[in-house]
Write a protein that binds this ligand. Structure first.
Ligand code: ZN
Ligand code: ZN
Length: 182
């Protein structure tokens, strides 16, 4: 069997690099062990797909977010496998269906002190009777809280855990919010 380990190496990053393009796979050179030409991110993802590898980490099991910072790939639970990524996508779709913004609104309504992401996720799991690890509850709850924040219902009160690239690419591990009306 031919090996299709795809590696991405960082190019030199200009001072005025586009941060969004950077975190989405730009400014890198992609190479596959088999020698196939992979001129850009799209062709690397396509080749990962053809070879049954995760299209987010390209089979490497880690996501390189910015130079010097990588994390275990969340799309495939760190397996690098396309099959796991697909299963995880389906589980996310199910979480989206079960955990609506209104479910989250109801749970956070009585919380007067600033509340943490993990605390809301636990409350949602309890309310819906979901065992830990069955569905990606945390990522879905995070998405909804960020959306309520963007809509002005909530205010993010914690500072980023890490500034990965100045103030524009930051990392929040377990942020907390409060109601805008408090
Ligand atoms: Zn290959
Ligand atoms: Zn992956």
């Amino acid at each position: 069997m031919e090996k299709h380990t795809i590696t991405a190496t960082w190019d030199e990053i200009p001072e005025d690099a586009d941060d969004l393009a950077l975190v989405r796979g730009g400014y890198r050179t992609y190479l596959c062990f088999c020698g196939k030409r992979l001129p850009d991110r799209a062709s690397a993802e396509l080749h990962a797909l053809e070879t049954q590898q995760c299209t987010a980490c390209l089979g490497s099991t880690t996501e390189d977010v910015v130079p010097g910072y990588s994390q275990t790939c969340t799309a495939c639970a760190g397996t690098g496998r396309r099959k796991v990524q697909v299963t995880w996508n389906l589980a996310y779709a199910e979480a989206e269906r079960m955990i609506t913004p209104d479910v989250v609104r109801t749970i956070i309504a009585p919380m007067r002190e600033p509340f943490r992401l993990s605390q809301v996720a636990d409350a949602v799991r309890d309310a819906l009777g979901l065992p830990v690890g069955r569905l990606p509850v945390g990522p879905r709850v995070r998405e909804i809280l960020r959306r309520l924040e963007a809509a002005g219902e909530l205010i993010l009160v914690s500072a980023p855990d890490e500034m990965l690239r100045g103030p524009s690419v930051v990392l929040y591990r377990d942020p907390y919010w409060q109601h805008a009306s408090d």
